[in-house]
Design a protein around this ligand. Structure first.
Ligand SMILES: [Zn+2]
Length: 259
């Protein structure tokens, strides 16, 4: 039972020198006044526009009681406050820098710097294979694991065929560039082919260890037999080392050549 309920009169009436409040407290007072009138039909205290000093803690307590009617609500509010503070300090420490990290960044960057960055689900098995200890550590971090959609991947395949880098890009590479393109964010990689495609797609590139050049280049296919050259098709076979295709004219292997 509240103070007002038990007495049915406000203490203000007995105070010799009532005090006028201002600012936030007056807001609470006016809110309290409405509540007071609604609940008890009394306007004798607040009608004077006065509130005594000793009432202030009770008012705040009662306003709090009104908003958070039971113990679990107050607990929930407590947790919410802690969460908001946590989010705020995380935001201060990692100000809006969200990048897509390739596997070399996951292996070489300080572990704290990797936290909250965008990574491809396809990297998980790659990372596990290359460095199991590191993977176990990365697994515990709060990373943003994603996979690009088919449409997003197709955009990258088209761009990579234009630059001629496509035959040497792996599925993970394509996925990472597609994630950077779809999220319009920086791609962190030392792979010069990925850098080339990302720049062609208008994505900012950051190197992991090397300083990294900013040059843009193009590759074409050239037959080692008849020397015929042609552009890379958007459905070209992708492999780290195999020949891309055989020459339509003479049947000899075609190799990638920088122009
Ligand atoms: Zn040929």
């Amino acid at each position: 039972m509240s103070y007002y309920g038990s007495q049915n009169r406000c203490k203000c009436d007995n105070e010799p020198q009532p005090k006028q409040h201002g600012g936030v407290v007056s807001l609470i007072v006016s809110h309290r006044k409405e509540h007071h009138i609604r609940r008890y039909g009394l306007n004798d205290c607040f009608g004077k526009g006065q509130q005594c000093q000793s009432e202030r803690p009770k008012l705040i307590e009662e306003v709090e009681n009104q908003f958070f009617s039971n113990h679990s609500m107050r607990c929930f509010f407590g947790f919410l406050r802690v969460w908001v503070i946590d989010v705020f300090f995380t935001w201060i420490r990692y100000p809006s820098f969200m990048a897509v990290l390739d596997t070399s960044a996951l292996l070489n960057w300080p572990i704290e710097r990797c936290r909250h960055q965008i990574v491809s689900v396809l990297q998980q098995s790659e990372l596990n294979r290359v460095d199991e200890q590191r993977w176990l550590l990365i697994e515990t971090l709060d990373m943003d694991w994603r996979t690009a959609t088919e449409d997003e991947r197709q955009i990258v395949l088209d761009i990579a065929s234009k630059t001629g880098d496509l035959p040497r890009l792996s599925d993970v590479d394509v996925d990472l560039i597609a994630l950077a393109v779809s999220n319009k964010t920086t791609l962190v990689t030392d792979d010069y082919r990925m850098q080339n495609v990302a720049r062609a797609a208008g994505i900012e590139v950051q190197s992991v260890v090397t300083s990294g050049g900013t040059k843009q280049w193009k590759w074409v296919l050239r037959c080692i037999g008849c020397r015929k050259t042609e552009d890379v098709a958007s459905d070209a076979r992708r492999s780290r080392s195999d020949d891309v295709k055989e020459c339509d004219r003479c049947g000899a292997p075609m190799k990638l050549k920088r122009v």
